[in-house]
Design a protein around this ligand. Structure first.
Ligand code: ADP
Length: 170
C-alpha cells in the first residue's frame, strides 16, 4: 500500500438502521481512544433499510454533535476503502455476544486480507446495551413498544414516525 496511515484516526463502519445507545456507547468510548473518529454509514445489500443512507447520516450527525472529534460520512463500497479514504489505521467494531464474535472474527480476517495495514479494534458492549440491536428495535417500534431507554429521543421520534408512514402505506 502506498499512502501512510494516521495512527490516531479510526473509522467505525456500520449500517446504523437506526443508531441506538449501544452504538452511541461505542462512539463515545472510541472518541476517547482516538484523536479522530469517522462514523461510516454503509449499505447492506441483503436488507431493505427503514431509513435511507442520507437519513441515517443526518440522524447520526445530530446525536454525535457534542463530540468534537467525531464526524459522519456515508459510504457505498468496502469498509477498508472507506478507512483508506481517511488514512485511518484502525477500524472500530462493537461486540455484544459470542454470536457477534463469529461473524466479526470472519469479517476482520477478510478485512485483514483486503488491507493488512488496517487493524480492527473491538470494544465489548457494556452490559446495559448488550441486548440492543437495530433489528430488534425496528420490531419493537413496529409493534408499538416503548423505546425510550434504547434510543436517543430524536431517533425514537424518527423511528416511530417511519413506522406510522409504513403502516399507512400498506
Ligand atoms: P452491521 O454493521 O453488522 O450492519 P450495525 O450497524 O448494527 O451492524 O453495527 C455496527 C457495529 O456496532 C458492529 O460492530 C456491531 O457489532 C456493533 N454493535 C451493534 N449493536 C451494539 C451494541 N448494542 N453494543 C455494542 N456494539 C454494538
Amino acid at each position: 500500500m502506498t499512502t501512510a496511515l494516521r495512527r490516531g484516526v479510526a473509522v467505525y463502519p456500520g449500517t446504523f438502521d437506526p443508531i441506538h445507545l449501544g452504538h452511541m456507547d461505542v462512539i463515545q468510548r472510541g472518541s476517547r481512544l482516538f484523536e479522530r473518529l469517522v462514523v461510516g454509514v454503509g449499505i447492506n445489500p441483503d436488507k431493505a433499510p427503514f431509513f435511507t443512507l442520507e437519513e441515517r447520516v443526518e440522524m447520526i450527525r445530530l446525536v454525535v454533535a457534542p463530540l468534537s472529534n467525531v464526524s459522519v460520512q456515508g459510504f457505498t463500497g468496502l469498509a477498508v476503502s472507506f478507512a483508506r479514504e481517511f488514512e485511518a489505521s484502525a477500524m472500530l467494531r462493537g461486540l455484544r455476544t459470542t454470536s457477534d464474535m463469529e461473524s466479526e472474527f470472519s469479517m476482520s480476517l477478510m478485512n485483514f486480507n483486503l488491507d493488512p495495514d488496517i487493524e480492527t479494534v473491538f470494544l465489548m458492549a457494556k452490559e446495559p446495551h448488550s441486548h440492543l440491536s437495530s433489528t430488534l428495535l425496528r420490531q419493537i417500534a413496529t409493534f408499538g413498544g416503548k423505546l425510550d431507554s434504547f434510543l436517543p429521543p430524536v431517533v425514537r421520534d424518527a423511528l416511530q414516525s417511519r413506522v406510522r408512514e409504513r403502516q399507512a402505506a400498506k
